[in-house]
Ligand binder design. Sequence first.
Ligand SMILES: Cc1ncc(COP(=O)(O)O)c(C=O)c1O
Length: 427
Amino acid sequence: MEKKPFLTLEQAQNIIRDIPTPFHVYDEKGIRENARALNAAFSWNKGYKEYFAVKATPNPYLMKILQEEGCGMDCSSYTELMLCEACGITGTDIMFSSNVTPAEDMQKAYDLGANINLDDYTHVAFIKQVCGVPKTICCRYNPGGVFKLGESEDKVQVMDNPGESKYGMTEEQMEKAFVELKAAGAEEFGIHAFLASNTVSNEYYPELASILFKLAVRLRDKTGVHIKFINLSGGVGVPYKPEDTPNDIAVIGEGVRKKFEEILVPAGMDDVAIYTELGRYMLAPFGALVATAIHEKHIYKDYIGLDACAANLMRPAMYGSYHHITVLGKEDAPCDHLYDVTGGLCENNDKFAIDRMLPKIDRGDIIYIHDAGAHGFSMGYNYNGKLRSAEVLFCEDGSHKLIRRAETPKDYFATFDFSEFDLDKNE
Ligand SMILES: Cc1ncc(COP(=O)(O)O)c(C=O)c1O
């Protein structure tokens, strides 16, 4: 099975005439259509809002597109908060879900009027000390144990291991936190949890919703607080492999609605707003890393070397993640060559693909690495003096726009001060 790139070879070549490879390119049409389908899937809920996880793809042009589609932004740091502010995104259009939070980050989130999500019970005292408790406050929950999907033992699927995760509070801590936050002036409360990443299952959100809705009822009953929103956070995945079955967001939305009607409505909590904080689902399939094959090498295996490397997309090196590869213009050629497709870092894990059957690749071929639109560019780094690539928007009308220039050596040098070196002496 093939995955279809959103660019043809000709369209890629048009961009390359202006912007040399490697670059990340994003598909505006796909981003907008996907955001609309997500909003439609949760339109049954009056207060529904997606807060795009800025960490996934922190680019102001993409944030603006998502804002136009009704999304808010989820930030995790001071700089991401600044980025929102620079885009004119403030107040409750920001969710601040951080952990190990520095005081200045907390203060900045407070000053911007963001919905602040406390990761730990000790953060109740911390926020009081730093800036005071805002009227609306959220706490992150961690149920511990192992998070599974499925009713019967033979069908059970282990999704993740919250008991081993550093995030969130126990139920007991949530209860204490709510009581203390209320006493300190909070009027509206939120509940948040992120229990599994990249779930390719329509069951994840409904199951998480069920856990959080029941928790919300218990917390309301015990503490008397008003729960304003429940944030299902991120974790809805994308089909990286051609054989993966994509999630159906309409089915997911319906699944959450069913739990809402079963649990919250009978408890008199039908005014609860559902928030999501998706990153990968919003952008991964709508971004690609476009590179050129610049070398080939034949020793004990056959290697194709690209002008991109793990510094542009680290997921394969870091997690062993699969990213599909299309050789543009050779979409219909037989995949009869076995290659490792590599970058040029001095790290043997700098491989975009290992033992991958692909068409015969020649130097100069344009390589399209799929599903790089989230946690791609943003995880980039400068190891080996490699520079971050450009980001390009492939616009709805077929034109393209540079939305971040590539780094130059000047950027790499910008954090050094050479004034102490008397370089003339060395001549
Ligand atoms: C707090 C928080 N929210 C949302 C997300 C987005 O997750 P995803 O991109 O898997 O949807 C992340 C990702 O790390 C996260 O840490």
